[in-house]
Design a protein around this ligand. Structure first.
Ligand SMILES: [Zn+2]
Length: 347
């Protein structure tokens, strides 16, 4: 059952499968939700299920793909002539699937020429072999306004037996006229436990999988991209923060300097510190299960040494720091401010 490839998206999957069973696919979907939670995979699975050649068991319509017949395999390999994928111009140019007009440098957007090529040329042709044609725009929020306007007419008057799937991490960045013509299917961030389980199933050690899941903020693709070295460095940084001596200002100012030279690393440190402080609160509440098993000793020590209200206060300071980092605060100063607030009350 290929839809089982998706983890923790039961609501989205059940609405799509129900439309397949009823033979009532919408002509345009907007799959919205964070990066790396299965939106593009769901778009591909939908195209497979709608074009799968294996008959449904009870003679009705299939609500899932077999994954093994010729159309299923062609769609998985991206070579089915009736399943078109539209990506950023420079991504498609690099893959040899598109030549920008006039030999100009490919754009980081999906541009109007690409949309016109699909709607005026490709969709004007007969279907080749599929039962239903799909156009998957991934990421649809990479369409610039001209490209979006070029797509409007097709969304209003779709060709028969055609479904457009717009995949977007920021659906609200699309023009309202585009959004209102699509059926929105929301995709949720993935629970950390589900991400960790998937990484473990792929062979990552348990402690590393849980650490990556905690850092990835509900995105499987981000978790997959975190290597063991990065994870070990982040874990050591949390351990160093956990064992800072409140009386040794020179040590914590040095810590802020050491971890403040890279904004992204500082933001990751804050994300992990927040998860760790939640573990400390859980340990204080008597929970046996913690997200960061590697740091269990430090967690126990902090749980015994700090009052729960103090742990909560420190966690709020971490979240304030994470927000400041998103708004371009200097990473070193933001971390300094956080530690001053931790160790000297409100900073
Ligand atoms: Zn099939």
């Amino acid at each position: 059952m290929p839809f089982s490839e998706l983890i923790a998206q039961d609501r989205a999957v059940s609405s799509l499968r129900s439309a397949l069973r009823r033979g009532a696919l919408h002509h345009a979907y907007l799959f919205g939700g964070p990066e790396g939670v299965g939106k593009a995979t769901a778009a591909r699975l939908l195209a497979q299920a709608a074009n799968c050649e294996v008959p449904a068991p009870a003679g009705g319509l299939r609500d899932d793909a077999c994954g093994a017949c010729a159309p299923c395999r062609k769609i998985a390999r991206g070579v089915h002539p009736d399943v078109l994928l539209l990506q950023e111009e420079r991504v498609m140019a690099k893959a040899g699937r598109w030549d920008p007009k006039g030999g100009r440098t490919p754009s980081k957007d999906i541009v109007v020429d690409q949309v016109r090529d699909v709607v005026d040329r490709r969709l004007a042709m007969k279907r080749f072999e599929g039962r239903r044609r799909f156009v998957i725009l991934d990421p649809a929020d990479a369409m610039n306004p001209q490209a979006q306007n070029a797509l409007l007419k097709t969304l209003e008057e779709p060709p028969e037996a055609t479904t457009l799937v717009l995949v977007a991490a920021s659906p609200d960045a699309l023009l309202p006229t585009i959004r209102s013509r699509c059926l929105r299917v929301p995709f949720a961030p993935l629970p950390a436990a589900a991400v960790a389980a998937r990484l473990e199933a792929g062979g990552r050690p348990a402690a590393e999988a849980r650490l990556a899941a905690a850092l990835a903020g509900g995105s499987l693709s981000r978790a997959l991209a975190l290597d063991a070295e990065t994870l070990a460095a982040e874990r050591d940084a949390v351990l160093a923060a956990a064992t800072l001596d409140p009386g040794d200002a020179a040590a914590w100012l040095a810590f802020a300097r050491d971890h403040g030279d890279d904004r992204e690393a500082a933001a990751e440190l804050c994300a992990l510190l927040a998860v760790w402080l939640r573990d400390v609160l859980a340990a204080q509440a008597g929970a046996a299960d913690v997200a960061l098993g590697d740091l269990a000793d430090a967690t126990r020590r902090a749980a015994a040494a700090l009052a729960p209200a103090e742990v909560l206060r420190r966690r709020e300071e971490v979240q304030t720091t994470a927000a400041a980092l998103r708004q371009n605060a200097s990473p070193t100063l933001a971390l300094e401010r956080m530690l001053i607030a931790w160790f000297h009350g409100r900073g």
